[in-house]
Design a protein around this ligand. Structure first.
Ligand SMILES: Nc1ncnc2c1ncn2[C@@H]1O[C@H](COP(=O)(O)OP(=O)(O)OP(=O)(O)O)[C@@H](O)[C@H]1O
Length: 300
């Protein structure tokens, strides 16, 4: 099936700042597509261009075959957007906001149900200005979904939410995906990306570093295994860094952390044994998406 969002060679600058410096993305129907990258990488600018909120300097964008600027009505109908800067009038109450937004769409979701699933029912009558940061965040998620969109763009979905609310929101998003909605998720939380995303675009300095599945990114980073232990005596890192199976050696609070290939455990323990060093509290870990993220950006 063809892509629901197609971005080709997108460029956007603000004055002297190049925010997006040639981004191309192809997002498939029904997937949760993550956008990860450091602060200022151009993630929000990219999704704002997709939503038709920003005007690109160059490049092409198609949302379900429509141009977000030229075909505003079609794109607005298909797209639910939760953006970082989403602000509502202070006096507006939670239920009023949801009812109002739902009236903008031909086939809206049940806003009361949405309010309930985001834990906002006790705050139905509260004014926007009186909500906590996390409650405002939940309302912005509800508003992004109230139009029953075919595509939802969620920028920093769970920033500011407590751990329970974060998990509840993930479940809600999985339910939305199960209905066939395509989701674009800008996030800084690796656990969130790992759990929710089918594919992830890693963006740095306005460019796409790579696009892959979470497992694929970990593989690309080439960190197959991580080994952590407390050495029985100090030793020179060179003992390990010369090994072809070792990619990196770090010291963390009395522990040595070694990243390497699938064979790293055998290689390291053999060298330590030859040098009469005992690896105390030895633990072998799989590399996480966070490790892959750091490693891939470092390679850049
Ligand atoms: N309205 C604006 N005016 C001027 N510069 C801007 C504006 N919006 C963003 N920028 C700059 O463009 C660059 C990209 O910003 P953007 O918000 O797209 O990054 P981001 O990847 O979403 O960052 P973060 O993770 O911090 O939210 C940054 O250097 C930012 O300072």
């Amino acid at each position: 099936m063809s892509a629901v969002i197609e971005v080709r060679n997108l460029h956007k600058r603000y004055g002297d700042t190049v925010a997006v410096d040639d981004v191309s993305l192809s997002i498939e129907p029904g997937e949760i597509f993550g956008i990860l990258g450091p602060n200022g990488a151009g993630k929000t600018t990219t999704v704002e261009c997709v939503a038709g909120i920003r005007v690109p300097d160059r490049g092409e964008i198609e949302v379900l075959g429509h141009d977000p600027l030229r075909d505003r009505a079609e794109v607005t109908r298909a797209l639910g957007v939760q953006l970082q800067t989403g602000q509502l009038p202070d006096q507006l109450r939670v239920a009023e906001a949801l009812e109002l937004y739902s009236s903008f769409y031909p086939d809206p979701a049940d806003w009361r149900e949405l309010m309930e699933s985001l834990g906002l029912t006790p705050k139905a009558k509260a004014r926007y200005s009186k909500l906590s940061g996390g409650q405002k965040q939940r309302l912005s998620i509800a508003l992004a979904l109230v139009g029953n969109p075919r595509i939802a763009i969620l920028d920093e979905l769970t920033t500011g939410l407590d751990p329970q609310a974060r998990r509840d929101t993930w479940e809600l998003i999985e339910g939305v995906r199960a209905r066939g909605v395509t989701i674009v998720l800008v996030t800084h939380f690796m656990e969130e990306a790992e759990r929710l995303c089918d594919r992830i675009a890693l963006i740095d300095a306005g460019r796409v570093v790579t696009v892959d599945t979470p497992a694929g990114l970990t593989e690309r980073a080439g960190i197959d295994q991580r080994l952590r232990f407390r050495p029985s005596r100090p030793f020179d890192d060179a003992l390990l860094t010369v090994l072809s199976d070792v990619k990196r050696v770090e010291h963390r609070g009395g522990f040595v952390v070694v990243d390497g290939t699938a064979n790293v455990v055998a290689a390291v323990t053999a060298v330590l044994a030859r040098n009469d060093i005992t690896a105390e509290l030895l633990r072998v870990e799989q590399a996480s998406l966070e490790d892959a993220y750091v490693s891939l950006l470092r390679k850049q």
